[in-house]
Design a protein. Structure first.
Length: 498
């Protein structure tokens, strides 16, 4: 059997990953040993290449991805029915720093962005309406539609209102999380003008919320409290929006250094190819951008479980190591406080695509951040303060995590997927397919195909193509989610609704 029909990722692995579907009885040759496939095994799934007694760890990516639930024979299909996670509760970790030097040249490339008055750079120039509370969502959406009709969006990239259900009837951390995410959206450099739209009686009091913005550009960020408007709040809102539009429509792109680019790293609808194609490609880009002085952010903390020590030992300082330990254990405590196990993450789609345990998923997921050192650790709702690779506290949920990445200050999210998804958050959300089947089948969703990596294209060649594509998006080329108009926000909620 041709070696190109399967892949052994690490020499220490006890499984290979199928690059095609195998039928029962087919023979593969691994490391000079002939193995008979014991069951029909789908593409992207795992075949065991050695006999394993019950309780023994199964190795993939060079690390355990769980243990065998029964005695398994070479050639068997390894899946969620015969493999069990090793994850349980919180752990104590020891800092064992790994300082890998990456030899990546600085190539002095630029992108054409919008330089804002505070020095930040946007890759879009849009008009946004941000409700302080869900009660005014309808007004915000009506205002956005009216301005779109009146202007045709000429001179700006888009006009949006950001629908959400919060801003009132929340307590403690939920209330502050909502305020921080909305603050971050208002201050985001992809907006050339923002109308903050309040009701007036909400917990998220509009005037107090505006104080959270700090020293902001008052010509570009305006407030309207609808209960205080005498008469028609629609006309009052349109008057402000016309002024914002007049300013933003005069903005021009200019050449900006790649060190100004901030990119979020996300995966969703992952499959058995995620850790072989798309995530390693994104990891190579992450290392490249960090080498140029830019910034990438990895989130989805539950999808680090099982691979967290790899990230911890890449922390630049003991302080960052301690923050990363807290990042992991605090999220585990969150699961346990709700009576939920920490290792039952893979979705039905993940399992159908070849991911059997959370360790299996995490070891593929974390490849999106390459090999660069960890330079910063952010809590949910924090904004970027340190260039380089950052870790961000947020759940694995696609909408919540992508919103958190954008809120932290990323101008673009790179979103790898093996199953496919159409959604996007409030910044360009560039979909990267793990396999060519998905890319060809859902070309209306997918922006870039990493599946070519198992079809003969080298990582070096595909990375060059990938960098060009990302810079084109930064220059204004719309992503599929933008072209489709699929854009939304989602805010993390944990506690009581009053």
């Amino acid at each position: 059997m041709n070696q190109s029909t399967f892949i052994k990722i690490n020499p220490a692995d006890s499984v290979v990953v199928c690059l095609k579907a195998f039928a029962q009885g087919e023979v593969i040759e691994v490391d000079g040993k002939k193995i008979t496939v014991a069951q029909d095994t789908p593409m992207g799934h795992k075949i065991l290449i050695e006999d394993v007694p019950a309780g023994t760890d199964i190795i993939k990516y060079g690390y355990p991805i769980g243990h065998a639930l029964r005695d398994l024979k070479s050639g068997e299909w390894v899946n969620e029915h015969n493999l069990k996670t090793n994850l349980s509760g919180t752990l104590t970790y020891e800092y064992k720093p790994v300082n890998e030097r990456l030899s990546i040249a600085t190539d002095h490339r630029t992108f054409n962005g919008y330089l804002r008055s505070n020095g930040e750079v946007g890759v879009r120039n849009e008009i946004w309406i941000v409700p302080t509370v869900g009660c005014v969502n309808g007004i915000a959406e009506r205002l956005a539609k009216l301005l779109q009709q009146e202007t045709g969006c000429k001179g700006v990239d888009a006009i949006h209102s950001w629908h959400h259900n919060y801003g009132c009837s929340q307590l403690s951390d939920d209330h502050e999380n909502t305020r921080k995410i909305l603050r971050d959206i208002v201050l985001h450099p992809n907006a050339g003008g923002v109308l903050v739209l309040g009701l007036g009686c909400e917990n998220n009091q509009p005037e107090e919320f505006m104080k959270m913005l700090g020293d902001y550009d008052k010509s570009r960020i305006r407030l309207l409290v609808t209960q205080k408007v005498e008469g028609d709040e629609i006309e009052a809102g349109m008057a402000i929006l016309r002024e914002l539009y007049s300013l933003a429509s005069k903005d021009q792109r200019q050449a900006c250094d790649l060190s100004c680019l901030r990119v979020g790293l996300k995966c969703g609808g992952s499959d058995g190819f995620s850790g072989i194609t798309a995530n390693p490609l994104v990891g190579e880009f992450s290392d490249y951008l960090v080498a140029q002085g830019g910034t990438t952010i990895l989130t989805e903390v539950p999808e680090m479980f099982g691979a967290e020590t790899i990230l911890m030992n890449r922390c630049e300082t003991p302080e960052l190591f301690g923050q990363t330990v807290s990042l992991i254990n605090n999220f585990k405590e969150y699961f346990l406080s709700h009576g939920e196990p920490v290792g039952e993450n893979p979705s039905p789609g993940n399992k159908a695509g070849g991911i059997s345990t959370l360790e299996d998923k995490a070891l593929g997921c974390t490849q999106k951040c390459g090999r660069a050192p960890v330079s910063g650790v952010l809590e949910y709702g924090d904004r970027i303060t340190t260039n380089g690779l950052n870790l961000l506290s947020a759940p694995g949920n696609d909408l919540v995590a992508s919103t958190a990445l954008a809120s932290a200050g990323c101008q673009i999210v790179l979103f790898t997927t093996g199953r496919g998804t159409p959604f996007g958050t409030f910044i360009p959300t560039m979909k990267v397919s793990t396999n060519s089947v998905l890319f060809n089948r859902k070309s209306n969703w997918i922006d870039f195909n990493a599946g070519k990596l198992v079809e003969g294209t080298s990582m070096e060649d595909l990375l060059k193509e990938f960098i060009d594509k990302i810079i084109s998006v930064a220059n204004g080329e719309p992503t599929r989610n933008e072209s489709n108009g699929y854009r939304e926000i989602s805010i993390f909620k944990n506690g009581v609704t009053l």
